[in-house]
Write a protein that binds this ligand. Sequence first.
Ligand code: 5EF
Ligand code: ZN
Length: 218
Amino acid sequence: MKKLTFAYESQSDLRILNTGHGWKVEAPQSGSRLEGGPLGEDIYQLEQFHCHWGETSAEGSEHTVDGRAYAGELHLVHWNTTKYQSFAEAAQHPDGLAVLGVFFDVGNESNDEIEKIVSTLSEIKFKGQFTDIPDVIDPTTFLPSGLGYWTYLGSLTTPPCNECVIWIVYKEPITVTEEQLVQFRCLSACSGEAEEFIVKNYRPPQPLGNRALRECNA
Ligand SMILES: NS(=O)(=O)c1c(F)c(F)c(S(=O)(=O)CCO)c(N[C@H]2CCc3ccccc32)c1F
Ligand SMILES: [Zn+2]
């Protein structure tokens, strides 16, 4: 496969939302582009990013490697702007979306970019709340140093689970702290006073079936 190439811009004025299933950062009309690798000749534009976690650090990722789960997984969701006019249209086609997955390992040093997200979570405790992220976010800082990845054709892991995703999962995890994951788990799934914490929001891996998995050791 050709090398995966990023043209990621630092993003300011990003909005973070509590979806009731977790947090997501919207980057509409972002100038951040992804191409190459398994993406053929098309250009994919960053639409949003979010992440998945578990109630303990023994679980939380939506992919496992030889059966091993990681403490969480960041997803950078892109859509094919070469072929389709909107995200919604792209989500109806097998080559519509490209989602970059980055595993979280728990370690001692907190991830500064994730800290910019964590510092806003107290303002979006309840479902439906949103706030602006004051800092500038550079999505490339979420990526591990080693850019080897696995890729396969799969689906959204959230309803409607359209089979429209070219998954690109990095082999090397990034490090976050237990405290950062604890903050994720303090988000509430409800909009009202009732507090039902989003302690886990990952979908367990599904059978690979006859899907072909390819890898690139960048
Ligand atoms: N793991 S995943 O990458 O499959 C995945 C999610 F897991 C997830 F939670 C979300 S969401 O937007 O936070 C909640 C559902 O809309 C999306 N959002 C996608 C799905 C629908 C939609 C519509 C507009 C923009 C992004 C998305 C998602 F692509
Ligand atoms: Zn996801």
